[in-house]
Ligand binder design. Structure first.
Ligand SMILES: N[C@@H](CCC(=O)N[C@@H](CS)C(=O)NCC(=O)O)C(=O)O
Length: 123
């Protein structure tokens, strides 16, 4: 048995978790989600309706890439990606949040310039 990552190939937040799963050598399956027509089972798993979502082998479901990263870090500490020290870890988490927001904005601006009317799909 392995965990399942619900993702989209163009999602930067999904990519963050895909890299972490590979770097930590965690056995996993990928399940692509159609973000235009989100399946009911996915909306039941994730009340925020966004990818990535991780379903662990024991049935634990986590959404939000930073929460998934924290969960994976706790459960599979080798190799470790966040500093152990409390202050350093929170400094690192602040930069993670900033990077998430900045990259999401840049990608959204790029896609909106490609498909200006209407840009309803939030990548
Ligand atoms: N804070 C969330 C953001 C996730 C997010 O915005 N995912 C986008 C894809 S990159 C999404 O699922 N968009 C679909 C939608 O909002 O309907 C995280 O870190 O996981």
């Amino acid at each position: 048995m392995s965990c399942t990552l619900y993702y989209h190939p163009l999602s930067n937040f999904s990519r963050k978790i895909r890299i972490l799963l590979l770097e930590k050598n965690i056995d996993h399956e990928l399940h692509e989600i159609n973000l235009r027509f989100k399946p009911d089972f996915f909306l039941k798993l994730s009340p925020i309706g966004k990818v990535p979502v991780l379903k662990d082998e024991d049935g634990t479901v986590i959404w939000d890439s930073s929460l998934i990263a924290e969960y994976l870090e706790e459960k599979y500490p080798n190799p470790m990606f966040y500093p152990k020290n409390f202050q350093e870890r929170f400094h690192c988490r602040k930069w993670e949040e900033l990077a998430d927001i900045a990259v999401a904005k840049a990608i959204r601006t790029f896609f909106c310039s490609l498909f200006p009317v209407p840009c309803s799909l939030k990548i």
